[in-house]
Design a protein around this ligand. Structure first.
Ligand SMILES: O=C(O)CCC(=O)C(=O)O
Length: 272
């Protein structure tokens, strides 16, 4: 790959891997956005795919192993984990991970150049693989928030290259503060893995100690449906509950250099 005319990537082959500005923003701020990369027809098809995947996850979780962490129900079924909303909305799914193998359109999405090409640029290599992928459903009125956290501390025990696990969120519904849009702490990724909270709860260690980052850097990513938010594995991020009557669904796909196993299935899924 080469840098040319402001683009990081092989522009001669018509590929726009990453603009210099995007690359600089990722290094400096820990994220960048490509607005409305998917059109309304594509979003309608993806919307059907994620709802079919959610129905399949419910079916599969009926024979899975259930457990509770801090009062929230989780079910492991094969290599998939389904997390449900806390009571009184305990039948609503909050997160499915991994999700892409539950529907062919989601499996195909992993290879979509709009996601994969910038990932090649961020990882600085042509051959890349999937690390993990999830669906965050945030249903209208019941979708709970995500406390401030980094992804890298979740992965550090399963992966020796946590710095090389960039994420992309595909926003499936218009997202704003009312329906709990994604939020980041600009620049926080430059601090590396930060300590968790020690509040005595089961999951507390996964939430970032609030004294270690500066809330002044908070950015609410109010973006239209179809937007892509690329973000660093060390960036502190989270979101508020969905108090609106609108959904705020999002897919979060995470990539890594090729030929390495995925987080949960431990299977190699190279990107085509
Ligand atoms: O969907 C969100 O708003 C937050 C997602 C998130 O924090 C995560 O998936 O790690």
């Amino acid at each position: 790959m080469r840098v040319d005319a402001g683009l990081k990537g092989d522009v001669s082959a018509g590929r726009i891997i990453l603009t210099t500005r995007e690359h600089e923003q990722y290094l400096q701020d820990g994220y960048f956005v490509r607005e409305a990369a998917f059109d309304l027809d594509e979003l309608a098809a993806l919307g059907e795919a994620v709802e079919a995947a959610a129905a399949r996850a419910v079916e599969r979780s009926a024979s899975g192993k259930a457990y509770y962490l801090d009062g929230k129900r989780f079910v492991d079924a094969g290599h998939m984990t389904v997390q449900f909303e806390p009571p009184p909305a305990e039948t609503a799914i909050r997160v499915i991970e991994p999700v892409c193998d539950l529907h062919p359109a989601l499996e195909t999405l992993l290879d979509d150049p709009r996601l994969a090409e910038p990932m090649r640029g961020l990882l600085g290599c042509e051959r890349i693989a999937m690390w993990t992928n999830k669906l965050n459903l945030k249903r209208p009125g019941v979708g709970s928030g995500f406390g401030w956290h980094q992804d890298s501390p979740y992965w550090i025990h399963d992966c020796k290259h946590v710095d090389q696990l960039p994420n992309v969120m595909l926003v499936l519904d218009d997202a704003d503060s009312d329906n709990g849009c994604f939020r980041v702490i600009r620049g926080s990724h430059r601090q590396g893995c930060l300590p968790g909270t020690a509040d005595g709860s089961q999951l507390g260690g996964f939430y970032t100690d609030p004294s270690t980052f500066d809330r002044a850097g908070e950015v609410a990513l109010e973006v239209p449906a179809g937007s892509l938010v690329f973000f660093h594995p060390h960036i502190v991020h989270g979101s508020l509950p969905n108090h609106s009557e609108r959904p705020r669904r999002a897919l979060v796909l995470t990539y890594q250099p090729a030929d390495q196993p995925s987080l949960k299935a431990r299977a190699i899924r190279n990107i085509r």
